[in-house]
Ligand binder design. Structure first.
Ligand code: AMP
Length: 284
């Protein structure tokens, strides 16, 4: 997992939540054994992780999709992790007289992502390799446009730039070796405790739980149909009898992002004592 930068802290929390926290937490440790699982975690630069996995130095790794694609690493994306979301965007100075990516033919483009820029820009450009502070390149006269990662867009705005479009959507991802995963007796030890298959399942249980809420409410039995229609979803809600005749409790798993829309509708459909609680793990 990443030793520093934007992906470090959310990756540490993900491992903690999945029960893969360090045995002896140490701020500066570059490797640690997990407290409750036979897994060793190495902390290295996010940009080096695709190669480490490809070259079998480690069994799996957490890094950004952008870095995996830029390196052209032969690895398998096992699980999107739901944080570190950003876009690889093309931007030009606010006052530049270009509106479409096609207008960039032949201009100088500063980027730390030369491979993806060449791959996704629809026209040929002159690449200027930079590693940091890419947004400054137009102001310094080094380039006419940039290709860089953007999440809120604030850095672009602060530097007098505007976006022309996105080349790639990225987020943190768990990657594993390309080839067989999950086949019996494979070199990945896919069936053993602490195998890549196990780690993927442990992380997936947390990632899916984070985007879900457990919703509980009481309601008159005669309105169950209406309530279930509002709750929708692939999983049927649980309906439990209450001590009060004619009343039931309805429990359902819902998408976290839907909660604000559901609550008023459930209340109008007779729901009362509505509780929404976080889910710690979710296994299909
Ligand atoms: P670092 O440069 O070490 O902070 O980490 C860079 C990685 O964090 C990138 O490769 C992306 O996968 C991810 N990331 C998420 N949002 C952004 C952003 N706005 N700018 C740069 N990197 C981002």
């Amino acid at each position: 997992m990443p030793v520093k930068g934007r992906l470090r802290e959310p990756s540490v929390s993900l491992l903690e939540d999945a029960g893969l926290g360090p045995e002896a937490p140490g701020e500066r440790a570059l490797a640690f054994a997990c407290r409750d699982a036979p897994v060793d975690v190495l902390l290295v630069r996010a940009a080096d992780i695709p190669e480490y996995v490809q070259d079998r130095v480690v069994d799996c790794g957490i890094t950004g999709i952008d870095l995996v694609r830029e390196r052209g690493a032969r690895v398998r994306e096992l699980l999107r992790l739901g944080y570190g979301s950003c876009q690889l965007e093309v931007a030009v100075p606010r006052e530049a007289s270009v509106d479409r990516l096609e207008d960039l033919a032949g201009v100088r483009v500063a980027t730390a992502y030369p491979q993806l820029t060449r791959q996704f820009l629809p026209v040929a450009v002159e690449l200027v390799d930079v590693t940091g502070s890419v947004e400054l390149a137009p102001r310094l006269g080094l380039a006419d446009a940039i290709v860089d990662l953007v999440s809120s867009g604030n850095t672009l705005r602060t530097n007098g730039l505007r976006s022309l479009g996105s080349l790639l959507a990225s987020e943190a991802v768990l990657i594993g070796r390309d080839g067989r995963i999950g086949s019996a007796g494979s070199a990945d030890g896919a069936d053993g405790v602490g195998s890549v298959g196990d780690i993927t399942s442990m992380l997936r249980a947390v990632v899916e739980a984070r985007s879900s809420r457990y919703l509980m409410l009481n309601a008159p039995e005669r309105r169950i149909g209406e309530l279930c229609a509002i709750l929708g979803g692939a999983r049927a809600p649980s309906v439990l009898p209450l001590a009060e005749t004619g009343m039931v409790a309805v429990h359902a798993l819902v998408a976290a992002g839907d909660v604000w829309r559901l609550l008023p509708r459930l209340e109008r459909a007779g729901g009362s004592s509505i509780l929404v609680v976080p889910v710690e793990r979710m296994v299909a």
